[in-house]
Design a protein around this ligand. Structure first.
Ligand code: SF4
Length: 244
């Protein structure tokens, strides 16, 4: 199995997104799902996948701190593609988290907050799958620069598939606009990367698109897509988020 994967890993680098997705659905059937943080990349991925496998499984981490615009997008995507997006929740409600860890944990220890609300729920979900499909792109962050289109994910112990790994932001937006793909209206208000309300702000034109996330914390990833080899122990426990 690992040898087969090593061969596919090399072959897949010459495949386009449709070919990667077709291989994923044919190989893993019901045991593969698309994970998305509801960013525009994830929406493009869902659109492409919908023409290959209309019964695709899609899930998103619902931290219960998302923007109203993001919840609205979930509704619109479900209607457009005739799917139900599975929402993955933390085991703690926001109120329980506040009782146990104090108020505004995200402002004091965002790694812990992401661990509780994103990474642990994702780990639980991924333990039920053989492979997961994400919309990460190599040019998004230095941590994502080495992402393969198909690879073993040692952090979560399953195959990780990144069909858009070699896409640029321009390619994503060209596709989204050409195919009238639903996207978060906050993208039109200088929010290039959208996560939780508490940890996302608009950026100035020309700024790093990820600079609006965890502003002031020197943190650009919730940990979900950070290679295990470069993670601090806490973040290893706390990583989640798809195209987040
Ligand atoms: S992004 Fe912010 S609010 Fe959301 S889980 Fe992470 S630290 Fe908490």
């Amino acid at each position: 199995m690992r040898n087969d994967l090593e061969q596919v890993k090399i072959l897949a680098e010459s495949w386009n997104a449709e070919q990667v997705l077709s291989w994923a659905f044919a190989t893993y059937g019901d045991d593969v799902a698309i994970a998305t943080g509801m960013g525009v990349e994830g929406m493009v991925l869902v659109d492409i996948a919908s023409r290959i496998n209309p019964d695709m499984k899609v899930f998103t981490g619902d931290t219960e701190f998302l923007f109203p615009e993001t919840y609205d997008l979930i509704d619109r995507v479900e209607e457009r593609y005739g799917i139900k997006i599975e929402r993955i929740f933390s085991q703690l409600t926001p109120e329980e988290q506040e009782r146990e860890f104090g108020p505004r944990l995200w402002a004091r220890d965002p790694d812990k907050c992401c661990s509780l609300r994103k990474v642990e729920p994702l780990r639980r979900k991924l333990s039920t799958l053989d492979a997961w499909i994400t919309a990460i792109r190599r040019s998004q962050t230095p941590q994502r620069a080495g992402a393969k289109k198909v690879d073993w994910d040692p952090k979560f112990n399953l195959v990780k598939i990144n069909p858009l790994a070699d896409w640029s932001s321009k390619m994503v937006w060209n596709y989204a606009l050409k195919h009238d793909v639903p996207y978060n209206t906050l993208h039109d208000q200088n929010y290039p990367s959208i996560g939780c309300m508490h940890c996302t702000r608009a950026v100035q034109p020309g700024d790093d698109p990820r600079s609006g996330r965890w502003s002031g914390f020197g943190k650009t990833e919730c940990g979900l897509h950070t290679p295990a080899s470069v993670q601090a122990p806490l973040v290893q426990l706390a990583a989640v988020g798809a195209d987040d």
